[in-house]
Design a protein around this ligand. Structure first.
Ligand code: ZN
Length: 277
């Protein structure tokens, strides 16, 4: 028997990159179609940013609502996760879509440097976003850009500010933040296991780190994130033709590590989410 791996697909980042890869889905119709292809390829969780028609960053709850509606209709049971990341807006704008009650939302539990700016998540804002997630019964995915963010999430869970069991994503490879580093990655996994034994985790690598972290996560019992938000290449020389192609790449690795892509039912059970309606 192999063990399930939840494959998350981050279909569209918040930073305009359409000029780099036309496969990045921007319009609602493109987002729904790309998610459906990724779902059919084996992804069971979609991580969602939305854009304006001209490709620029948006935090408009109505755009989130349209994409969520299409995804729910065309990808039955797929876990929906919205981004509350800092590029999509500022302050409380970043949580304006939580009232749409997606299954999950991303939550960075601290601040760090990004390629050209500070990724600012003040304690007040983190607490407010966490409270909104409790209010609307949205499970957080903690985005851990460094070790302190794992400790902070555990503390927040112990204080009742976050629902348990925790789900944490280890993000590596963002320029000026934590690089892709095997020993640190293993230490993250061990530390989370020690502090919150019932927690689950996903590895998310940026650019060429994407595939590397997929291998490591499959090996160490975690889950995998892929998608055009983090990486636009399938190989060193080839732009990824679609989100589905990136998902297929991870699906193809699962067997090497005694894993299989989680079904919707398995993914929901692993994350302690309600069964699909
Ligand atoms: Zn994102």
């Amino acid at each position: 028997m192999t063990t399930p791996c939840i494959i998350s697909v981050a279909i569209t980042g918040s930073v305009p990159q359409k000029k780099d890869n036309p496969a990045v889905p921007i319009s609602t119709a493109e987002q729904v179609e790309s998610t459906q292809q990724a779902f059919e390829a084996g992804a069971t969780l979609v991580h969602l940013h939305v854009r304006n028609e001209d490709g620029t960053t948006s935090a408009d709850p109505e755009r989130f609502a349209r994409s969520l509606e299409g995804i729910r209709k065309h990808c039955p049971g797929m876990i929906t996760q919205v981004s509350t990341g800092g590029r999509s807006g500022t302050g409380h704008e970043r949580g304006a879509m939580l009232s749409l009650r997606p299954d999950m939302a991303s939550l960075a539990s601290g601040s760090c440097n990004f390629p050209t700016r500070v990724y600012e998540n003040s304690p007040d804002l983190v607490d407010w976003l966490a409270a909104e997630m409790l209010k609307y019964d949205v499970k957080p995915e903690i985005e851990a850009f460094d070790l302190s963010m794992i400790f902070q999430a555990v503390k927040m869970a112990q204080d009742g500010r976050l629902k348990t069991p925790l789900h944490v994503q280890f993000v590596m490879g963002v320029k000026n933040a934590m690089p892709v580093d095997r020993e640190s990655f293993e230490f993250y996994a061990r530390t989370l296991q020690r502090l919150a034994p019932d927690a689950t985790w996903t590895g998310a690598g940026i650019a060429s780190g994407q595939l590397k972290l997929a291998h490591w996560s499959l090996e160490l019992g975690g889950h995998c994130r892929t998608g055009l938000e983090d990486n636009i290449r399938l190989t060193k020389d080839q732009l990824a033709p679609s989100n589905a192609a990136l998902v297929e790449q991870v699906v193809g690795l699962c067997g090497n590590y005694g894993r299989h892509p989680a079904s919707v039912a398995e993914a929901r059970q692993l994350l302690s989410l309600p069964a699909a309606p």
